[in-house]
Design a protein. Structure first.
Length: 441
């Protein structure tokens, strides 16, 4: 696998139109070295106390994908090196693998790490957070509570879980334990989403069976948490990558994996190609795999239009087969700092792009959705607070800012928008054709 290779980038155009540069994407390796191979809308008040009630079902909920993959040298993590912000050394001009600069103002100083960039436009030092920090994870789940986001799908990468006894395996486990604690504290749900990138046809089934049995249940006891999402009493597990041309798994092994999880009492969501029904951008013959899933979640990131008919047809096909539908929506996309290509490649349009997707999801009749992603600054799909303008990015390096489309919005704008989208999708508010919130709170 290539360095910094854990994004779903080969599928940003549905059939791999980004080509070979994206083919090794999303495998959990990040920017590990070979040796290991800003004002935000802060919460107005602390929550009253721990919330220990069960997370409840995944149907009728909107979950965000949670990467938790940023690290920095000196952060106390098992990896202890810069990952995802850059390739092993401190981020500096020309040495970064992310596009959207975060707003770090809500994080404590101990969770922030100096970079090699010049000061921000406002004169403050250019720092970045580590996802290993308990305070950072706590803040993220606090935001989910504050803005009305139901919970997080914790990304668990194939290349991490196959690296048992290596630093990145421990790193992933530690982060998931901290996320569990934060979900319980703030009354949010969570579930494990396995990204099968980094595995092979030979080890796909055995690796995930072992991880679910020995680590997720046996060591971490994640499904025992009252915050772990359950559908009909069954713990939810998401298998992302089934049927993609450059992800592992034959029809037989993929079906074996789905049925094994179901035999262990799990409710199984499948992350599948956007063209899963028609075969576009997908491996042939995977119909039985898709049909075995409890819920289907077609990958939509990278498609610059909003296709109401696609959502409607997906919903109709799944409803006829007694399955549930979890469409994917996202705010925008770009990766020029890392992989080249145009800046602001798929514009956010001041929230209108994500809102139109959410409205299409609401119209199709499902009450569930997946937002990609909470903290994906690499490809500028993050809804977490980000730099609003040039005053919040380093003076000596380009980064995408939230005003790129000509409208100034607050750094928490997409968290606010996600909360409104959640209400529209779950039916607690009506369908509104235009963005219903002001640019700044």
């Amino acid at each position: 696998m290539a360095e910094h290779a854990h994004n779903r980038r080969s599928f940003l155009r549905g059939a791999g139109a980004l080509g070979a540069a994206g083919a090794a994407a999303w495998a959990g390796i990040g920017s590990l070295t070979s040796a290991d191979a800003q004002t935000t809308h802060s919460p107005s008040a602390e929550p009253a106390g721990p919330h220990t009630s069960a997370a409840g079902p995944v149907k009728g909920k909107v979950y965000v994908g949670y990467q938790g993959w940023f690290a920095a040298t000196g952060d106390g993590s098992p990896i202890n090196t810069w990952t995802h912000w850059s390739r092993g050394t401190a981020p500096s001009p020309g040495n970064q693998t992310f596009e959207l600069y975060p707003d770090t103002s809500a994080y404590p100083a101990a969770s922030l790490f100096r970079t090699g960039y010049a000061a921000l436009g406002n004169g403050k030092p250019a720092t970045l957070f580590s996802s290993y920090s308990t305070a950072v994870i706590d803040q993220h789940f606090h935001w989910m509570q504050q803005y009305g986001i139901d919970g997080a799908a914790l990304q668990r990468f194939g290349s991490d879980v196959s690296a048992v006894d290596q630093p990145r395996f421990k790193q992933r486990n530690d982060i998931h334990g901290k996320a569990r604690d934060a979900a319980q504290k703030y009354g949010r749900g969570f579930y494990i989403e396995y990204d099968i990138s980094g595995l092979t046809d030979a080890n796909l089934v055995a690796t995930l069976q072992k991880d679910w049995t020995d680590t997720v249940n046996g060591t971490l006891h994640l499904p025992d948490s009252p915050a772990y999402a359950r559908e009909g009493g069954k713990p939810v597990v998401h298998l992302w990558g089934l049927g993609f041309p450059n992800r592992p798994g034959t029809v037989e092994s993929s079906l074996e994996l789905v049925n094994w999880f179901k035999s262990k009492g799990a409710y199984v969501i499948g992350g599948v190609p956007r063209g899963w029904r028609t075969g576009a951008g997908a491996k042939p013959g995977f119909g039985p795999v898709y049909a075995a899933l409890n819920m289907v979640s077609p990958w939509n990131v990278g498609n610059s239009g909003v296709d109401q008919k696609l959502f409607d047809d997906d919903m109709a096909a799944l409803k006829a087969n007694g399955q549930e539908y979890q469409p994917v929506i996202y705010p925008g996309f770009a990766w020029s700092n890392w992989n080249g290509g145009p800046r602001n490649e798929i514009p956010r349009k001041a929230g209108d792009f994500m809102w139109q997707q959410a409205a299409a999801v609401a119209r199709c009749g499902t009450k569930s959705a997946f937002i990609a992603m909470f903290d994906e600054y690499d490809e500028a799909t993050a809804i977490a607070p980000a730099a609003t303008d040039k005053s919040m990015i380093p003076a000596d390096q380009y980064f995408l800012t939230l005003d790129a489309d000509g409208t100034s919005v607050s750094s928490d704008f997409y968290l606010r928008l996600a909360g409104e989208a959640t209400k529209m999708i779950n039916g607690s508010t009506g369908i509104t054709p235009t963005v219903p919130i002001p640019p700044k709170a």
